[in-house]
Structures are given as C-alpha cells and as structure tokens.
Design a protein around this ligand. Structure first.
Ligand SMILES: *Cc1c(COP(=O)(O)O)cnc(C)c1O
Length: 489
C-alpha cells in the first residue's frame, strides 16, 4: 500500500532536536503542568459559589497588563501562575450563579474540556474533507430538525447573533436584488427592513454594515406586552411602498433583550408571504427555547422563518463563542457567499473534496471548531437537560417576580415573559438610586444584574440564563437591593 511505504520514508524525528519548533523539550514536565492547569480550572468551576460574582480590578492588576511583549521565554508554570493571580479572579463573572446581567450563558465543564480537544486538533473548519467538518454538518442537521426546517436548509457556526443577523441581511438582500448585487453593490436601491423598537441594536448595525445605512431599518412601535405592533408594521410598509421604497425584510424577535418578549412570529410570516419579503428571526437566546416544553409553544411560527440567528453560548450553556445562522433555502445562502478561487479549488477525492465547504456560506475562510464544544454539550448532557435548564430559568423568573411583588419597597417594571425580570427600588430619584444599587451589588460581589430602561424608567434587569442559579441566589439579589436601597445608595 502507498500509505504504508510512505510511512517508512518519513522516519520519526526527534522533535527535541529541532530547536525552532515550539513543542516542549520535555513532554513529561509539560504533562504534569498541564494536569495542574486542568485541575485549577475544574476547581474554579466546581467551587464558583465560594467566590464573589465579580471583583473590580485593582490598579496594580490592570498595570500588570501594560508590560512589554515577552521576547524571551517564560516558563509555562509561571505564566499559569500569572493567569491564576491576575486573570482568573477578575473575570466577568458569568460562570457564577449570581450573574444575571445582560444575556450571558454560564458554560459547563464539558464545554471547557471540548475546547481543549478542539485546541489540540487545531482544526480549520473553513473547508476540505475531514471529520471536524462532519461534526459541524451533524450540528447543522440537528439544528435544522429542531426548527423543523427542510433538508435543503443550510447552517453555519459564527461568532454570535450579531454576525448571524448581518449574514441574514446579506442573504435577504441577495434574494431581493439578485446575485448581481454582489458585484454592483446596493446603490440607491431603496430597500427597507423592519424590526420592533425593542429589537437588538445589532440589527440596525447589520443594515449599516451591509451598506444600507441604519436608517433603512424602520423601528416599529411595540404594544403593551413589548411585542412589535402588527398594525403599525402594516402601516409603515404601506407608507414605504407608497413612497416608492422597497420593503424587503422583517426581523422578528424571539426574546427581546430588554424584557424577553416574543413577536407574533406567525403574523410576521403571513405578512412576509403576502408581501414577498424575507422573514428573519433574531432568536439570539429565545430560539433554543424549542428545547423546552414550556417555552416552545411561545415560539409558534418560528419554523416559518426564512432564516434564524441564535446563540448556543446563551441559554445553550456552550462556552463562548458559539453563534449560529440557519437558512431555509440553502441555495440562497450559498449564492450570497460562495466565491470561486483558484487556491480553493474543489476535487472529488483527496483533502480538497467535500464541497460545498463552510466558507461558501459566510465571510470567514479560516474558522475554528466551535461545533465541537456544542456537539459535546448536546451529547453529554442531552438536549432535554438543556431544555430543562431553560424551563428552570423561566420558573426562577416567576419566583423573583413573586419576591418583588411581595416587597412594598420594590416595583415590578416589566413582568417576566420568559426568564428576564425588570424591577426597581421605589424612590423619589429612582433612576439614580437604582443605577447606584446595581453598581453597589456588582462591586460587593453579591450579584451582578444589569440595568435597562423600560417605558422611560431605569430598571434593574435580572436575566436568568445561568444553569447554576437557584432561589437562594435570587434571595441574595432581592435582599441586597433592599439593603442598598434603604442605605440610600
Ligand atoms: C445577545 C443578543 C444579540 C447579540 O448576540 P451576540 O451573540 O452577543 O452577538 C442579538 N439579539 C438579542 C435579542 C440578544 O439577546
């Protein structure tokens, strides 16, 4: 066999003799150190409750990162010590069950271990014919089935939903203007997109990055439950049509970032069908609610979308980053990004086989193995366990809502629709008092909620995404708010 004879030709070399290689001189020593590093991180996750949620960085720690580049080697054990002393204690805190700010997942030990395996393989998922690509393809199939999309659907791991929303705008644009837009640009095409006023800011940014300008996104007013008003949407589209503009895209939100509202996805689907418009769903965290029997019914109409953007790194608990973009008609997706290049020539055999490649579905050529940590997380824990954690975080939101309603000093600003509760301490100067309370909570290390503004009122926003969070963590939050509020902070 050719393979066998080649192996005899390529004689094993002594790596240590090659001093320009970055491999260790002594693998035994490296192995021992590697085990210490692994143990430290397992300890970190296992004992996370014993730490403050977040610790502000003292000036000397910040100063540590101002040193010049290292020209000479520093022993791995010493850099690891630096990490333990200067990085780990001052991380953002989202692994901690008391972290409730913004929209962030807690990660898992499983995902961490898979990251190590992916790092060792150093796989490039841009393309070519190798097993890591099959892992990503299997994830695409699982996602496609979860959302009841057809076999012709295509999908891709991306950094996050911000990127996935940008790709959605680009695919919708190509579908509307034809493939020539890739050469000619959008010019003064008069294209207009629509999203709720509560939609995430990255959608306006996507319109900006795609060359339309952020004003080409119409922000549609929301109703009393913070869902896009279908009536207002119809009026805006009619006005734009009358003005000679071209409505091409409606972005529905499946879980708004402020309060967790889900737009009328079925209604948007029907309107898009009627008007020949593209229906994209920003389901950054909400879409994976399909795994939860409690949340799934609230996502009715999601499967009617032309494309969906979501993150495995939020409710899916996969370590950062693991965004995903799914398109119902894979050929439209392919048409938007595939670019022939001599150096990316495809074959039917050999390493350059297996076309189409992931690089044909997005702007990235070199791509990491985000699929592996996601695949491990889903397999090891099971999709139902992720769904159960999602359901649990919605139950916790109900618990927090009850605690807020039971405290006369607190005011509920937006009821929990999914897993986000907005409330505040009642005070004369409530905006100032509540923003101080949140900073105080964060700096004390008790809890880390964030703030938002709902109906013009600054609110403490507790977004419950961490699978480790339990009732006691919410009690600590409420007690902390009451104490800091009473102290006039
Ligand atoms: C988090 C979020 C985004 C942005 O996603 P990233 O993964 O942070 O890029 C967009 N929309 C909504 C509703 C979000 O919650």
């Amino acid at each position: 066999m050719i393979r066998a004879s080649l192996q005899q030709v390529i004689a094993p070399e002594d790596a240590a003799a090659d001093h320009t290689s970055l491999d260790p001189q002594d693998w035994t020593e490296l192995r021992a150190q590697a085990h210490r590093m692994l143990d430290d991180m397992l300890d970190y996750v296992a004992t996370i409750r014993q730490r403050p949620v977040w610790t502000p960085m003292p000036p000397d720690v910040r100063q540590h990162f101002r040193a010049d580049i290292s020209r000479d080697p520093v022993p791995l054990a010493q850099v690891h010590r630096e990490f333990m002393n200067y990085v780990l204690p001052y991380a953002g805190g989202n692994v901690h069950p008391g972290f409730m700010g913004w929209v962030q997942g807690g990660g898992t030990a499983t995902g961490m271990l898979a990251e190590m395996l992916a790092g060792g393989l150093n796989a490039n998922l841009g393309g070519r014919d190798h097993a890591p690509i099959e892992v990503e393809r299997q994830m695409v199939t699982w996602v496609r089935k979860l959302f009841d999309f057809p076999d012709s659907a295509s999908g891709l791991f991306v950094t996050g939903t911000s990127m996935a929303n940008l790709l959605a705008v680009l695919v919708a644009r190509t579908q509307c203007l034809g493939k020539a837009v890739r050469r000619d640009g959008v010019g003064q095409s008069g294209l207009r997109a629509y999203a709720s006023a509560a939609a995430h800011g990255c959608i306006a940014q996507a319109m900006d990055l795609a060359g339309f300008g952020s004003d080409a996104l119409r922000l549609v007013p929301v109703d009393a439950s913070f869902r896009m008003s279908m009536e207002a949407l119809r009026v805006l589209i009619a006005q734009d049509l009358a003005a000679g503009l071209r409505p091409f895209l409606i972005v529905g939100s499946a879980g708004t970032v402020d309060v967790g509202a889900v737009d009328d996805l079925r209604g948007i689907a029907e309107l898009c069908h009627e008007q020949g418009m593209w229906f994209h769903v920003d389901g950054a965290y909400g879409a994976l609610g399909m795994l939860s029997p409690f949340v799934a019914p609230q996502l009715e109409g999601l499967s009617a979308a032309d494309s969906i953007a979501f993150d495995f790194h939020k409710w899916g608990q996969v370590p950062y980053d693991a965004g995903f973009f799914l398109v119902k008609d894979g050929s439209q997706h392919h048409e938007t990004f595939a670019s022939p290049a001599a150096y990316l020539r495809r074959e039917t055999r050999g390493l350059a086989a297996g076309s189409p490649w992931p690089c044909d579905f997005g702007p990235d050529l070199s791509r990491g193995f985000r699929a592996l940590k996601t695949w491990f997380t889903v397999k090891v824990h099971g999709a139902d366990a992720i769904g159960a954690a999602i359901t649990r975080s919605c139950e916790l939101a109900r618990y927090l809502e009850k605690r807020v309603s039971a405290s006369p000093a607190l005011e509920l600003i937006a009821p929990a629709q999914l897993n986000i509760v907005c409330f505040r301490y009642r005070a004369a100067d409530a905006d100032r008092v509540n923003s101080r309370i949140v900073v105080g909570l964060q700096e004390s290390g008790i809890a880390a909620p964030s703030v938002t503004t709902v109906n013009g009122k600054l609110a403490i926003r507790a977004a419950l995404f961490n699978h480790r969070t339990r009732e006691a963590d919410l009690d600590a939050l409420v007690d902390g708010v009451l104490r800091l509020g009473a102290e006039g902070k």
